[in-house]
Design a protein around this ligand. Structure first.
Ligand code: PEP
Length: 262
């Protein structure tokens, strides 16, 4: 049971996308593990390409960094060339998986339906889904942000009910901010995070109060603390900056500081 007044944890989640090599990962993970070892108020996670899960497991076991994947198949086994089943991620100690990232939606034909199925498959395997939502620049300009984000959120709540968010993390990632060097301001992001939380609260106030909602889109060491200090922003999902050890350590420090101040 979530106690009134209990704090939500903050997160710094790195999304490596299709980057890395055995050699560069080793250097990055060793620096990260050393750099975040004293941060106990925030959770640090790296979501790596499938081939590097084994390396992440070997290097991060015993550290305070968790590792995860960037996608999952909604089916358990079978004739699905190129797909990776939930139990395979569990075999490599994955605790998290990204679901419905905008790059999966735009370049790999991910839909609300397929994202919802993957979300549930992850949860059923005991992996925490990090469910991504966000509007494009055109949609924001047309004042459709709440409609788009609301639809993406409802694609889970309508299918599975609000309690499915008890073991989940949400990420607001406006498409115009991802990979663009044009982050949302803390106020812009906070407005959408508050909208998400209120929409969940219409179904269940406790779930709404408890679910972590991360912001993603051009987070850097310089802007992280401002974003993570907003009341409904529980840390970040970080792309490019998670590939630079010093930068990602500083972002995790910001998450830790914001959590400690809460
Ligand atoms: C992302 O891809 O999830 C992301 C937020 O990327 P970046 O931090 O590079 O904008």
């Amino acid at each position: 049971m979530f106690e009134a007044g209990q704090k939500r944890r903050k997160f710094a989640v790195g999304n490596w996308k299709m980057n890395g090599s055995i050699a560069t990962n080793k250097a990055l993970l060793e620096k990260l593990a050393a750099g975040v070892k004293d941060f106990h108020d925030a959770d640090c996670v790296v979501c790596v390409p499938y081939p590097y899960l084994c390396q992440a497991q070997q290097l991060l076991q015993g550290s305070n960094i968790a590792w995860g994947a960037q996608n999952i198949c909604s089916t358990k086994n079978g004739a699905l060339t190129g797909a990776v089943a939930p139990h395979m991620l569990v075999d490599y100690g994955c605790r998290h998986v990204l679901i419905g990232h905008s790059e999966r939606r735009s370049q790999f034909h991910e839909t609300d339906d397929t994202a919802a199925a993957r979300f549930l498959a992850a949860q059923e395997a005991g992996i925490t889904p990090i469910f991504c939502m966000g509007e494009s620049a055109d949609e924001r300009d047309s004042d459709w942000t709440e409609y788009i984000v609301g639809r993406q959120l409802d694609s889970l709540i309508r299918r599975f009910g609000p309690y499915v968010l008890k073991n989940a993390i949400l990420a607001y990632e406006p498409l115009w901010a991802v990979g663009s060097d044009q982050p949302a301001t803390p106020e812009q992001a906070q407005e959408v995070h508050a909208f998400i939380r209120k929409r969940i609260a219409r179904c269940d106030a406790e779930v709404a109060a408890r679910v972590p909602i991360l912001y993603g889109g051009s987070v850097t060491a310089a802007n992280a603390l401002g974003l993570f200090s907003m009341p409904d922003i529980d840390g970040g999902l970080i792309g490019r900056a998670s590939l630079k050890a010093e930068e990602f350590i500083a972002i995790t420090r910001a998450a830790n500081q914001a959590a400690a101040r809460n």
